[in-house]
Design a protein around this ligand. Structure first.
Ligand SMILES: Cc1cc2nc3c(=O)[nH]c(=O)nc-3n(C[C@H](O)[C@H](O)[C@H](O)COP(=O)(O)OP(=O)(O)OC[C@H]3O[C@@H](n4cnc5c(N)ncnc54)[C@H](O)[C@@H]3O)c2cc1C
Length: 447
């Protein structure tokens, strides 16, 4: 029994079924995953549209004369079409593997028992193994009341019926900066409330600095060292009040201050499963909870909240429960997960960060190559950003890297493969890459 049909649940189900298990997936909302299909995908679709608008703005330097006008109705149908297509492809894949999909809300009623509330009533199941993959939702603080009109969560913003005139984005982590960038490129005035002195507080300061500079150049207001503590409605929109007395008047406010796991009402105590205070369920390296046959995957597990991580956990769970675990089995190394931030320029990183290495007193070799010397970047008219590669000074093993610039989310794949497989800088240097291409900067950084 798999409760939750997001990337974690549907990959666990598909792989377990391929390996011979009889599988039922219970989903209360949309197969493919609410956070995945209703958050991750539309946000990237809107960013892509904003990106095209920015490209039109750059047309003149490419020797073109072009204008663009946003058609919100067309944009909304485009986002809906992408979601529908991805949803269908997940459903088709699950059904083609013989997985039973059941629409309803699943609850544990015992260690092996699951009750499903469907439109027709309650259906009860007994299962050898249960996978909990119920995902997460936006965190809403007590001082904010979401009205889905002027005070929004990310899910209200794909896009709202009209592009906000002035949007105040609260929170400057990955989601906050992506939404600030998205709405700025779609034409909104944007104020970003940054609780510390740096956007993306967990990222490399050099990386964050490039983004801050770009935000300021594009007219995004940064309210630094400001903690929001209240939002009130006004005649013209909203006022966001901060703890230090500063405030922002805007037409809309958007909360991007983190996620909470969907673990309440799941019947954890009936099954003897232990959760921690923040609602996530601790797991061992096989993704098992404290109850051996109850696995946990995705955002509910409190590991990195990424679709890629959720899907990988789903696959590893299926292999483990179907007995494919061997001594050669590779456990998930969460420290080696690549991630990207879809701003302009894009930001991506993987593995060890420079600041982390210095904090641990670890000796590293850091090489940084700006895209300003890359032929492909110059041809594309966008030489912003850099590649930073971190390696072991003795063995040359690649330990991590950051990329800021065009196509960073794609380029980081090369470094991710190197980090995961213990490849060395020489392995990258000896690879014959395309010329002219942005990836040549990876070879330069590895040289
Ligand atoms: C705005 C935003 C942008 C993001 N962008 C990215 C990105 O660019 N890249 C990336 O890798 N990740 C991104 N993420 C994170 C990513 O969406 C999540 O990490 C991922 O969806 C987690 O997968 P999951 O399977 O754990 O949960 P979900 O995708 O949320 O799926 C869980 C499913 O369980 C269902 N469910 C919950 N409770 C029950 C129940 N009791 N019974 C039945 N069904 C239930 C829910 O309806 C849901 O469909 C983003 C998240 C947000 C909010």
């Amino acid at each position: 029994m798999v409760i939750g049909g997001g990337p974690a649940g549907n990959v666990a189900a598909t792989v377990a079924s391929t390996l011979g298990a009889e599988v039922v997936v219970i989903e209360r909302d949309i197969v493919g995953g609410a956070s995945h299909l209703l958050d991750c995908i539309p946000s990237k679709a809107l960013i892509a549209t904003g990106g095209e608008l920015s490209e039109l703005g750059r047309a003149r330097i490419m020797g073109l004369d072009a204008t663009g006008r946003l058609d919100i109705a067309a944009l909304r149908s485009r986002v809906a079409a992408i979601e529908e297509r991805l949803h269908r492809s997940v459903v088709e894949q699950l059904e083609s593997q013989g997985v039973r999909l059941l629409r309803g809300t699943g609850t544990l009623t015992g260690p092996h028992e699951v009750a499903v509330q469907t439109d027709e009533g309650i259906e009860s199941f007994e299962a050898d193994t249960i996978v909990l993959a119920t995902g997460s939702r936006s965190r809403i603080p007590t001082w904010a009341e979401i009205d889905h009109d002027r005070v929004l969560t990310t899910r209200d913003a794909y896009p709202p019926p009209e592009i906000p005139e002035h949007l105040c984005v609260i929170g400057s982590g990955v989601t906050g900066v992506e939404f600030a960038h998205m709405f700025n490129s779609l034409g909104s005035e944007v104020t970003l409330v940054v609780s510390r002195q740096q956007v993306l507080p967990r990222k490399d300061p050099e990386v964050a600095a490039v983004l801050e500079e770009e935000f300021l150049r594009r007219g995004i207001h940064l309210l630094k060292g400001a903690r929001a503590e209240g939002i009130s409605r006004t005649d013209s929109g909203v006022t966001v009040a901060c703890e230090d007395g500063r405030s922002v008047d805007a037409t809309h406010a958007l909360l991007c201050i983190g996620l909470v796991p969907n673990s309440e009402g799941l019947g954890l105590s009936e099954a003897g499963v232990t959760a921690v205070e923040d609602g996530t369920i601790p797991i061992n390296r096989h993704c098992q909870s404290n109850v051996d046959h109850i696995y946990v995957a995705g955002d509910l597990s409190g590991k990195l909240p990424l679709s890629s991580v959720a899907a990988m956990q789903g696959r590893k769970i299926a292999e483990h429960l179907m007995g494919l675990y061997t001594l050669q089995h590779r456990h998930i190394d969460y420290d080696k997960a690549a991630s990207a931030i879809f701003t302009d320029p894009e930001i991506a990183d993987v593995g060890l960060a420079e600041a982390e290495a210095f904090a641990d007193g670890r000796k590293i070799r850091v090489t940084k190559v700006p895209f300003a010397t890359n032929a492909a970047a110059l041809i594309q008219g966008d030489p912003r950003g850099f590649v930073k590669l971190i390696s072991d000074p003795t063995t040359g093993v690649v330990l991590g890297g950051s990329i800021v610039g065009r196509h960073a989310a794609e380029l980081i794949g090369v470094i991710a493969v190197a980090v995961t497989n213990g490849l060395t800088t020489s392995d990258i240097v000896d690879s014959l890459l395309v010329h002219p291409s942005m990836s040549e900067s990876l070879t330069d950084a590895a040289s």
